[in-house]
Design a protein around this ligand. Structure first.
Ligand SMILES: Nc1ncnc2c1ncn2[C@@H]1O[C@H](COP(=O)(O)OP(=O)(O)OP(=O)(O)O)[C@@H](O)[C@H]1O
Ligand SMILES: [Mg+2]
Length: 246
């Protein structure tokens, strides 16, 4: 039997800003349908790692493969077309376009749909992400929950095989976070998800695996409960508390 390779594989991914190494030799392997939570203190390199995977940032070293295809040297648009999309920590919507128009762009340029096919898919994404009632609203005038939903919806509209989520629940109320958790659960199945979030229960509800980044390095990666109880995780956050108290 031919062994089935992982859906996604990153090896030795590294990013330096001047003399500062923000992401240092990170390896990450994901299978189809796998959801992985990523935590780590502010500045640990989480957003930088997602930027390196989607191609908004250029890696100084390392390789990335999706479904066996080398993505390392592709531009961001080519990576999105190739099956990687990210909901960014700072929403990157076109403020003057409507929600529907914002979603049509990734449907056309990411998922490569045209005409009625693109419109139908946008309608489906609106439903999936609870944005149908806001379809005609101007993106810049949305409230926080809808803005977060739209950032997620834009990534989903590109039909990625690997969906990267960067703090899509940050700043939301408990009830709104639960809505986002339900949404993320509904997006699983045949894709892989990497969810960066500072809200542990959101990750626990959606991810069977947990990765911990600290100072640019991946220090833990394993079953959620095992990593959660690892004393190295506690010490990473204790270090932050000590530092903050000092
Ligand atoms: N464009 C940049 N130029 C210089 N330094 C940067 C740049 N982007 C990020 N950094 C630095 O790299 C480090 C990692 O940043 P990153 O945004 O990846 O952290 P993070 O883990 O996502 O943090 P947070 O939880 O606050 O979102 C930080 O020290 C940050 O200041
Ligand atoms: Mg970040």
């Amino acid at each position: 039997m031919t062994p089935v390779g992982p859906l996604f594989q990153a090896n030795g991914v590294t990013k330096r800003f001047g003399g500062f190494t923000a992401v240092s030799g990170v390896d990450l392997t994901l299978g189809t349908g796998e959801s992985v939570g990523v935590i780590g203190p502010n500045g640990a390199g989480k957003s930088t790692l997602l930027g390196l995977i989607v191609g908004s940032l250029r890696a100084d070293a390392g390789t990335l493969e999706l479904e066996g295809r080398d993505m390392s040297r592709l531009s961001l648009p080519d990576r999105v077309q190739g099956g990687i999309a990210r909901a960014a920590q700072i929403p990157q919507t076109f403020a003057r376009l409507t929600v529907r128009e914002n979603l049509r762009l990734p449907a056309v340029f990411g998922a490569r749909l045209h005409g009625a096919e693109a419109s139908d898919w946008v309608d489906e994404v609106l439903t999936l992400t609870g944005l149908t009632d806001h379809a005609g609203a101007v993106a810049g005038e949305l409230g926080l929950l809808s803005r977060k939903r739209l950032e997620l919806a834009k990534a989903v509209a590109a039909r990625p095989r690997l969906l990267l989520l960067d703090e899509i629940a940050a700043g939301l109320t408990q009830h709104e976070i639960e809505t986002m958790i339900g949404l993320v659960k509904s997006l699983r199945s045949d894709r892989a998800i990497v969810w960066v979030e500072h809200i542990p229960f959101a990750l626990r509800e959606t991810c069977e695996r947990l990765v911990v980044l600290d100072k640019g390095e991946k220090i833990l990666d394993g079953a959620f409960a095992t990593v959660w109880e690892d004393e190295r995780l506690q010490s990473v956050y204790m270090g932050v508390a000590d530092h903050a108290a000092a």
